[in-house]
Design a protein around this ligand. Structure first.
Ligand code: GTP
Ligand code: MG
Length: 149
């Protein structure tokens, strides 16, 4: 089954947006399978964003992600990776559509409040990177038959 790694970044935590952000995925109908508040070590931030290592903003990005606790989440569902990216909105919050998390709640790329995996492969990779064995739960939501025919 498809899964994605969603993370409320330190600005989202500091600004009190954790509940609002979780709520958007919950209301959409995806299944939460992992959740924790976590102070990210530098090495983990560098591994998570390793594809951006050559970018000029990389050191700033690592400082940002390690500047305070983040909320790590695993979400599961058919089509969850692409749908979560749509719910989040494009990278630059000024260009993100109203109705998206970044479009509604942020103003700058360097403070864009939330991360979402960009492919099912990266969803699996990132969940394995951020969660330990036993931290991800399998369960059946009572609403399942009311979400999908
Ligand atoms: P994530 O969900 O966090 O991976 O964002 P994304 O997939 O929309 O964008 P991308 O993976 O290209 O970049 C990762 C993160 O790096 C962004 O979300 C920003 O926080 C940061 N970032 C990207 N481009 C810039 C930039 O030009 N300047 C700064 N300061 N940060 C950037
Ligand atoms: Mg990305």
């Amino acid at each position: 089954i498809e899964e994605t790694y969603i993370m409320v970044k330190p600005d989202g935590v500091q600004r009190g947006l954790v509940g609002e952000i979780i709520s958007r995925f919950e209301k959409k109908g995806f299944k939460l399978t992992g959740l924790k508040l976590f102070q990210c070590p530098k090495e983990l931030a560098e591994e998570h964003y390793k594809d951006l290592k050559s970018k000029s903003f990389f050191p700033k990005l690592i400082d940002y992600i390690t500047s305070g606790p983040v909320v790590c989440m695993a979400w599961e569902g058919v089509g969850v990776v692409a749908s979560a990216r749509k719910l989040i909105g494009v990278t630059n919050p000024l260009q993100a559509e109203p109705g998206t998390i970044r479009g509604d709640l942020a103003v700058q790329t360097g403070r864009n409040v939330v991360h979402g995996s960009d492919s099912p492969e990266n969803g699996k990779r990132e969940i394995a990177l951020w969660f330990k064995e036993g931290e991800v739960c399998q369960w059946t939501p009572a609403q399942a038959p009311w979400l999908r025919e």
